[in-house]
Design a protein around this ligand. Structure first.
Ligand SMILES: [Ca+2]
Ligand SMILES: [Ca+2]
Ligand SMILES: [Ca+2]
Length: 185
């Protein structure tokens, strides 16, 4: 609906992102260290660091320890064009730390603690947040969230959607990509 028309045609866009990527990352391979620098997330406490490493690992599709240009483009596509479902799948992957296809309370709790370590202030404790989510969307009450429960539950609940989106703000990633890092050191 209109929004996409304002974007340059794909090849030009690709070129645009390629120059940005190469400017931020002349080697063509973005390391975890550079990723944190790019997002201005250095000097986090250990919990926050573990969390950002998980975000990095999800973007690092071939798991070679670097984000290359294609992986970078895949991330941009998710941020710009991804449908809500695709984005929620991404968050699900982020929260499902052991990758067994379900989010349990421990996983959600540790994610939310890490988010607090990064963002600081929240008006709920990590425990309250976790219990609230399970009360709302663990439909069969088995203490685990499947992908369906997660997507259906979050889609139906605006507050929850906002909380989840804030847990790792993909639009901030895009802002950094568009404008470059806030203060180049
Ligand atoms: Ca990679
Ligand atoms: Ca799990
Ligand atoms: Ca369940």
């Amino acid at each position: 609906m209109g929004a996409q028309e304002s974007l340059p045609d794909p090849p030009a866009q690709m070129h645009h992102y390629y120059s940005k990527f190469m400017r931020e990352c002349p080697s063509g391979l973005l390391s975890l260290h550079e990723f944190k620098k790019l997002l201005d997330l250095q000097g986090l406490d250990p919990q926050g660091d573990v969390y950002i490493k998980r975000v990095f690992d999800i973007f690092d599709l071939n798991q070679d320890g670097f984000i290359d240009f294609l992986e970078f483009i895949a991330a941009i596509n998710l941020v710009i064009r991804g449908k809500i479902d695709q984005k929620l799948k991404w968050y699900f992957k982020l929260y499902d730390a052991d990758g067994n296809g379900c989010i349990d309370k421990k996983e959600l709790l540790s994610i939310f603690r890490a988010i607090q370590a990064i963002n600081g202030y929240t008006n709920m404790t990590a425990e309250e947040f976790t219990n609230m989510i399970f009360q709302k969307i663990d439909i069969n009450n088995d203490g685990e969230l499947t992908l369906e429960e997660f997507i259906n539950g979050v889609e139906k609940d605006e507050d929850l959607m906002e909380l989840i989106t804030k847990s790792f703000d993909l639009s901030n990633v895009l802002k950094v990509i568009q404008n470059g890092r806030r203060n180049s050191v």
